[in-house]
Design a protein around this ligand. Structure first.
Ligand SMILES: *Cc1c(COP(=O)(O)O)cnc(C)c1O
Length: 351
């Protein structure tokens, strides 16, 4: 390991206070964080410290100009209690893809993985052991230079925090096909995991929830007809026995769950096609009875089963059950906890 990560441990772990059978979502954090500073063109002083608030200059550029990107990934434990990371190399690659788009420096993959491994090893007691549970890891980078003016910042922080997450019981979700607001445009930042994409999605999501839907179905910006994503997930449809998912068009996030689900589906013998998909095509398939199931895919939730899609021309019924989605979700969870062979070579163990 070329990186010398200094470690300052907490005096007293807070893990005893956590009820692993009842983990509040997104509000519990482990004892430590990984942190590293970018100055003078270099990542410096990689360290693990007790988790705490970080002083921020009011002119920190991330607050004004939005140079802020993140990743989301999970650590699980196998039956021997060894922590494992799911496809960490892909998150490193994507973080740097996002960094390029936002004019930010790369984090070397070796540093990214070393920081993750050290943090997970140190906070191993926080990984919930139950099936479908995991330690959610949030690596992120933001511009912390104090400067007023429009250019790339010269100083950044790269931080990893961790939050235990209980099994996610996904109730079937109803989507709202959004035709007024868009999440991303070709040539924009939709392919980057940039904080600002989320900012733009918050209000439309609130409005969809006020109408009684769970998530927004995002459509393309030009015609409001091509399906892109659902909430913060990629989307798959099963029509006439075959799976289809929107082809990456420059505005769709390249989900790691998406790519993994494609592999698992193909391995189970399904045909998976990446191509443009229109809302009218989905409506017709539903009316003809060939729309068999649909689901969203993402790290946080795994697989979210879709019940219906609300549109300004009435609801489209998708399906009342998602047998293949459920099977794929179970397979992914079994790979993550070492219950089935990791034949795709996705897991990285943290010794
Ligand atoms: C993170 C994210 C996804 C899912 O990506 P995973 O790597 O599968 O977690 C999908 N869409 C958006 C907009 C996202 O931010």
């Amino acid at each position: 390991m070329p990186y010398n990560i200094s470690i300052k441990k907490t005096e007293k772990s807070k893990v005893e206070a956590l009820d692993f059978n009842n983990i509040p979502l997104g509000t519990t954090f482990t004892d430590h964080m990984f942190i590293c500073d970018y100055n003078n063109g270099q990542w410096q002083n990689p360290r693990i410290e007790p988790l705490k608030a970080i002083p921020t200059h009011p002119a920190a550029m991330a607050l004004h100009y939005g140079q802020a990107i993140f990743e989301g990934m999970k650590a699980t434990v196998n039956a021997n209690g060894t922590p494992m990371l799911f496809r960490a190399d892909k998150n490193a690659t994507r973080l740097n893809f996002s960094a390029d788009r936002m004019g930010m420096p790369h984090v070397p993959e070796a540093l990214f993985v070393a920081g993750l491994k050290q943090l997970v090893a140190l906070d191993k007691a926080w990984i919930p052991p139950q099936d479908g549970s995991a330690l959610y890891l949030r690596p992120f980078m933001y511009a912390d230079e104090a400067f007023i003016g429009m250019r790339a910042a010269t100083s950044y922080k790269f931080i990893i925090i961790a939050s235990p997450a209980g099994p996610f019981f996904s109730k079937r979700i109803n989507l709202w096909a959004e035709k007024k607001f868009v999440r991303a445009v070709d040539g924009g930042t939709g392919e980057a995991k940039a904080a600002g994409n989320y900012a733009a999605a918050i209000r439309p999501t609130e409005l969809a929830k006020q109408k009684g839907y769970d998530q927004v179905l995002w459509l393309d910006a030009a015609e409001h007809e091509y399906i892109q994503e659902v909430g913060t997930m990629n989307i798959f449809f099963k029509i006439d026995g075959k799976f289809i998912t929107p082809r990456r068009d420059g505005a769709i996030l390249d989900g790691i769950t998406r790519m993994s689900v494609m592999d698992v589906l193909k391995d189970k013998g399904f045909e998976v096609i990446e191509r443009p998909i229109t809302l009218s095509e989905i409506r017709e398939a539903s009316e003809k009875g060939t729309l068999e199931e649909a689901f969203g895919t993402g790290t946080a939730v795994g697989i979210a089963y879709i019940q219906s899609i609300g549109t300004d021309q009435g609801d489209i019924h998708v399906s009342d059950e998602s047998p293949v989605g459920l099977e794929v979700n179970n397979t992914l969870n079994a790979i993550k906890t070492g219950q089935v062979e990791d034949k795709f070579n996705w897991m990285l163990s943290v010794e």
